[in-house]
Design a protein around this ligand. Sequence first.
Ligand code: ATP
Length: 311
Amino acid sequence: MTSAHRESVTVRVPAKVNLRLAVGPPRADGYHDLVNVFHAVSLYDEVSAMPSESFSVRVEGESAAEVPLDDENLAVRAARALAAHAGVPYGADLLIRKTIPVAGGMAGGSADAAAALVACAALWGLGLPREELMEVAAGIGSDVPFALFGGTAVGTGRGERLVAAPAGARLHWVFALADGGLSAGRVYAECDRLRAASGERPELSGAADDMLAALASGDAKAVGAAMINDLEPAALSLMPELARTLDAGRDLGALGAVVSGSGPTCAFLAADAAEAEALAAGLRRAGVCRAAVTAHGPVPGASIVPASGEA
Ligand code: ATP
């Protein structure tokens, strides 16, 4: 029996937070050069792939109604791209169980794409090396390779060229989820607009150095102090109420507080798991977010969940 006859494959994939996001000026192709310290956290989506002659997707869970069910779905795009890359005639029925907030700046769509690649590669018995999957991933979106890679890593180029960073100590997080989402494209455009107005000239060289030194030291306080997101002013300009959320987290003793990626999720670093729970409870009481969830990192990238009996 080939593994193309497996009944289903389920993959668990983490969300990311950007420990440091430095954004260069817009390039001729519309993208921005980045220096992006990615960190995978224990907030997971699950993607199951079942054999089919065509491609389809269903979505359950967190804000499922906001996720497209056609070829715009990044998981479907990934599965189609993989079939074309490998030259196989198979399709897949995909089921996404979402926990990662949609349009929340935690790369949930990219995570689902990475999970679909791993699930379909196994379902179809492709036996592709990880590096080849990473190339297909980069063709789908800048954040997709990191969702395969996991851990903590520095991304350059559009963020897709990855080098592992020192793992450092386990970090404890609180994520404050907002009502509604922010489009990453709008946030980048607002960043460009604010910089044009102020004359600010971004500098990428050495942008990750402080964060990498902090990670290597294993000192969460130093990591908190080095957390900087160049997109934060733009996210705050588009959603000014996020300033209250960040301030509330700082007042509650967070070691670091930033908007995650293009927002609007806010990320807070805590000293340990108990402090993270207390911080999340404080944020809920303060009424400055839709929900507050705790997580830890770094965690591995997209991984197959063993079927019962296989573990
Ligand atoms: P990033 O951090 O990479 O900017 P994000 O976390 O802000 O991304 P996503 O949740 O990845 O945002 O979704 C952005 C948009 O992509 C959504 O508004 C949705 O329309 C679309 N989308 C396509 N496929 C998916 C998917 N599988 N899950 C979530 N959104 C998806």
